[in-house]
Each structure stands twice: as C-alpha cells, then as structure tokens.
Design a protein around this ligand. Sequence first.
Ligand code: NAD
Length: 246
Amino acid sequence: GGRLAGKLVVMTAAGQGIGRACALRFAAEGATVWATDVNSAALEQLSAEHPTIRNRTLNVRDGEAISALAEELGPVDVLFNCVGYVHQGDIFACTQQDWELSFDLNVTSMYRTCRAFLPAMVAAGTGNILNMSSVASSIKGAPNRFVYGTTKAAVIGLTKSIAADFVGKGIRCNAICPGTIETPSLHDRMAAQGDMEKARVAFLARQPMGRLGRAEEIADLALYLASDESSFTTGQTHIIDGGWAI
Ligand code: NAD
C-alpha cells in the first residue's frame, strides 16, 4: 500500500538534504526509488535505510550517463530533478565560469534528464516531472543570489514549457519553490559567511514564521505532487516558504 504504491521514481541529488528526505518519504509510501547523486557513499547509506531505494552514482553533467540510465529504466512514473547549486554573490562576484557552471548544474541538467526520460513517458501515455526551483527565482529577487536566482527562474520556464507541450499526452510537470530550508548545504553557506550565528540570525530575519523550513516539510509537498492526489495540477510553481513570499 501507500500513496505511491507501485510507482517507479528516479531522482537526482538524493544524497543529502531535501532530496534524501524525499527519497525516504517516497519509499515509505510504496514507491521504488532510483536515488542518484555524485556522492556514492551518501547513496549507499540512503539505500541501507529502505529496501526499495536503489542507487546509482550519476553526475547530472554527464549526458551519456543520463541517457544510459533512461534506456535501462524505461518508462518511469516520476522524474524528480532535485539537483541545484547555490553560487553566492551579485553579478560582479559571478565570473563567466560561475555562470556556466550554475546553468549547467541547475538548468541544463534538467534539459538532459527530461530529454532522456520523456520519450518513454510519452509512449506510455503517462508521466510526472518535478523540478526543484526556489522562491529565489522569478518569484523573488534575493540579495547575493544573482546567478542562482537566474537559474531557478529558468527552471520555472522549463517547467511551464514542458507542461504546455505535453499536457495532452498525459504528462504533468510542476516546480517546487522552497524558501530557506535547514540542510547540510545551508549550514555550509552559513559557515562560509564567517560568523555562523550572525548568518543564522540574518536567515531567520527574513522568515515570517521565525524559523527555517525542514527537508521533511518539502518531502510532504513533493509526495503530494508525485502522487495521483495532484492529478489536476500541472505547469505550476508550488511555493513552500514559511511566508517569505507573502
Ligand atoms: P544540498 O545542496 O544539501 O545537496 C545537494 C546534493 O546534490 C548533494 O548530495 C550533492 O552531492 C549533489 N550533487 C552536487 N553536484 C551534483 C552533480 N553534478 N550531479 C549529481 N548530484 C550532485 O541540497 P539541498 O540544500 O537540500 O537542495 C536541494 C535542492 O533544493 C536544490 O535544487 C536547491 O537549489 C533547492 N533549494 C534548496 C533550498 C535550501 O534552503 N536548502 C531552498 C530552495 C531550493
């Protein structure tokens, strides 16, 4: 049983943070989850926690590896593009190399996975794509998130375009737009700012609820979107941010 009983899910960036919480939640609800990440050790640990979490080391920058996995798995019910990298700073802090890396990891990776996994979905007449965007995107300009916000806005455009092109073929495509969520990489970003406590206070100051979000709260939304409970929604930006975007 479970809310995702019988569903086959493939996802990127499952090794830690939001992706990890989602993989565990999906498996607990009956899905078979192909968890992918570049961090093989993290994937091994994750797989050990649930018998229906399979894992595959996969770099989202490697188009051939993505195509090979799509070929191997055939039609999946859910493709969850969770990968994303935060470059910190304004336009002057962003070199062309930073720009290109951010676009490759955050946007081109989703182009690659969608191109690879969509044909089997279309042939099956059903499929569901979830893309991880952010409130820092076309929804809100956040200071020092120049290229990050630009890429996450592009993820929304990609989501809506795919939704529009394939809505008549049984395919849904939605974006998840979190606010600030407690994850290992958020800790790294706070630490990188020098004074951990000061950074935490600054993050909290922009939270109307007075706290950060938890990865498990994003997993609740991702579960709804991955399941048939959300069968009438496509092409939307699902904001989950403790009121940041009010
Ligand atoms: P994270 O940054 O803590 O972890 C990212 C994972 O991606 C790691 O396991 C890492 O090994 C993997 N990864 C990095 N490069 C990769 C590559 N080339 N190929 C495959 N995997 C790779 O994760 P998080 O903070 O939970 O963020 C997950 C997603 O949610 C991202 O898209 C992020 O932009 C988005 N998001 C996060 C927050 C937040 O506050 N944490 C807010 C809004 C949106």
